[in-house]
Design a binder for this molecule. Structure first.
Ligand code: GLN
Length: 231
């Protein structure tokens, strides 16, 4: 056997800003649970990653088009996506919630009738909201990133948004003037993804490396670093 001294560099797409999973910190350094996980796994397995902050939907589209090797972007493993992507070991639990302005009187889907709701393009939360649109009679407006979606609710242009619970809760804890008014729905897990049928070695290495960082406490340390010990 030959020893491969040239570590392979994979191009990994991620979201622009999806704290605590990926975001620019105070020093404008790109950090987060996803970033730390993929870096720790790469280090454990001897490959290199170049994380590209292209945005969630763009990452999904580019990986599908073969322009990116993988995605780590708080991406929910869904039935639909499993037809197009292969996922690594699920690494974080999530669910979809509805959030409204801090002082809003809206507490349920029924109160959305005739109102506008802000969604994020291509997300599991948008898919969930769109499935309820007709029944509850609301209108929608879409944004490519979470922050613009939140802003639309803060300015009052929309009355609510749909987001993943851990992400919305983190933003609220950081001072975002929104509140969660529904229980998490469509529960699922985040997974590292590659285009279906491609990059079998990368998925294998991710799973082997992930198992190691779970076992040696690195994963728990990463989560605690961003969420404290109640993460
Ligand atoms: N978890 C959601 C999804 O997979 C949103 C991901 C994101 O916005 N980065 O659709």
């Amino acid at each position: 056997t030959t020893v491969n001294t040239q570590a392979k560099t994979y191009q990994i797409g991620t979201d622009v800003t999806y704290p605590p999973f990926e975001f620019a910190n105070d020093q404008n350094k790109y950090v987060g649970i996803d970033i730390d996980i993929i870096n720790a796994v790469a280090k454990a397995e001897g490959f290199k990653v170049n994380t590209k902050q292209v945005g969630f939907n763009a990452a999904v589209q580019s990986a599908q088009a073969g322009q990116l090797d993988g995605i780590i972007a708080g991406m929910t493993i869904t039935k639909d996506r499993q037809a197009k992507f292969d996922f690594g070991t699920p690494y974080f639990k999530t669910g979809v919630i509805m959030a409204v302005g801090k002082d809003s009187s809206i507490t349920s889907l029924k109160q959305l009738k005739g109102k506008r709701v802000a969604l994020k393009t291509g997300t599991a939360a948008a898919q969930y909201a769109n499935s309820l649109k007709k029944k509850y009679g609301f209108k929608t407006v879409t944004f490519d990133d979470s922050n613009n979606m939140y802003q639309d609710v803060l300015t009052g242009n929309s009355v609510a948004c749909f987001e993943d619970q851990p992400v919305m809760q983190y933003a609220i804890n950081q001072g975002m003037k929104l509140k969660i008014v529904t229980k998490p729905a469509n529960g699922g897990w985040y997974g590292f993804a590659v285009k279906k049928g491609t990059h079998k070695e990368l998925i294998r290495q991710f799973n082997v490396g992930f198992k190691k960082i779970k076992k040696n406490g690195t994963y728990d340390k990463i989560v605690a670093k961003y969420l404290g010990n109640d993460g």
